[in-house]
Design a binder for this molecule. Sequence first.
Ligand code: HEC
Ligand code: HEC
Length: 392
Amino acid sequence: MRGLVLGAALLTLGAAAAGACDLDAALGRALFARAWVPAPSSTKGNDGLGPLHNARACQSCHEGLARRPVRLGPDGTVASENLVLRLSDAEGRPDPVYGAQFQTRGLPAVPPEGWAIHAGAGYAAAGLAYGPLQPSTRVGARLAPALRGLGALETVPEAAILAIAEEQAQGPDGVRGRPRWITGPDGARRLGRFGLKASTATLEAQVGTAFALDLGLSTPDRPAPAGDCTARQEACLAAPGGGGPGNPEITAELVGLVARFLASRPAPEPAQDPQGLTLFAEAGCAACHRPALPSSSGSLPAYTDLLLHDLGPGLDGGATEPGITPTAWRTAPLWGLSETLRNGAGLLHDGRARDVSAAIAAHGGEAEAARARFRALPGPDRARLLAFVGNL
Ligand code: HEC
Ligand code: HEC
C-alpha cells in the first residue's frame, strides 16, 4: 500500500515536471514565432525591437526551424531575411561604423544600413547609408542554419570532443580540429559548440546573441538597448529603447524559454546505409563528420565533431571573430541534410554549394586528403557516397 501511494505520488510529480517542461517549450515556441515591435509599445513585454535589426522574429529567418533558400530580387538584391552579412577585419574586429553585422532594417527615424546583393560567386553590402566601410573591413555572408538536434548536441561531454581532437592530432591526413574555448559571463570556460564558428557554449548564450544581434533586443548579457549601433550612428543611439541598465528588454527567463523550446525539438534521424557509411569513413569524411557522437541520450548520428577546422582559402568567409581565422568553421552537422536539400537550400555557411558534390569540391585545407580520396573513387562508389550523404 505504502509503495503504491509513494509510486502514485512520484508519478504525479513526474507528470507535473513533464507538464512544466512542455509548458516552457510551448511558451518558448510562441516567443520564437513572435514578431517584436519597437519600444515603447502599448503591449508591454512585446517591445524593444531594433533600432537597427535584420528581422522582427526568429521565425523570419528560421521558418519551420529549417534551412531555406535565399530569395533574390530581379536585380540580385537579397529579398529574404535568412542571409545576413557579418563585418570584421581579418582579426575579427567589427567595422567602426557599421558594427559586427550589416542591419538591413531600421525603425522609422533610423536609416537601415543598406541591403545585401548577390555579386559574382558571393554576396556584398550595397546602399551603404552611413558612408563607406573601413578599408580593412571584410564582408562575410551566413545563411541561417536548420535548428535541429541542438538539445542533444548540448549534452555531448566536453571530454569526448577533446578526445576527438587528440585522436585527429595523431592522424596522417593533417586533420587538426581545434576546440574553441568561450569564457561565459560567470567567468567559467566552456567549449563553444553552437554557431557556424562554435562561438557560443550553450543554447541560452546562442539564443541571447540572436536576440541582440538579429533583432536588436537587449539581454542580460548584452544590455545595450541600441544593440549593434555604434557611436557614429546617432539616430540609432537616440531612438527610444525599452529596458535600461539592469532591466533588459529580454529577461534571462525569456531567453531560457526559447532555449528550452529549441532543446525540446527532436533530433533528425538519418537513414542508415552501412555500405555508404563505409565509403564515407574510408574517404576520411568521418574524421570530422563523426557518425556516432557520445551524449547523455546515447550515441548521436550528428556527423560533426563540434571542432573548428581550417578548410583553406576557398572557404574564406570574409568576416570572422577574434582569434579565429576566416577560413575556419565548425564541422557542419550533416544530420538533417536531406531536409535542407529537399527545401532547395544551398549548402556550406553561405549556401553557395548547390548539392553535396559541390560542397565536397569546396573542401580544402584540412579536408584536402578526404576530397582527393573522394575524387579518386570509382564512379559507382562516388555515387553511393553522394546518395548516402544526401539521405542523412
Ligand atoms: C536575420 C536572420 C536571423 C534571425 C532573425 C535569427 N537568426 Fe538564428 N541564425 C541566423 C544565422 C545567419 C545563423 C548562423 C550564425 C553564425 O553562427 O554565424 C544563426 C544561428 C542560430 C543558432 C545556432 C545553430 C547551430 O547550429 O549552432 C541558433 C540556436 C539560432 N540561430 C537561434 C535563433 C533564435 C532563438 C532567434 C530569435 C531570438 C534567431 N536565431 C534569430 C540568422 C537569424
Ligand atoms: C577536416 C574536416 C572535414 C573533413 C575531412 C570533411 N569535412 Fe565536410 N565540412 C567540414 C566543415 C568545417 C564544414 C563547414 C564548411 C562551411 O560551412 O563552409 C563542412 C561542410 C560539409 C558539407 C555541407 C553541410 C551543410 O550543412 O551545408 C557537406 C555536404 C560535407 N561537409 C560533406 C563532406 C564529405 C562527403 C566529406 C568527405 C569527402 C567531408 N565533408 C570531409 C569539415 C570536414
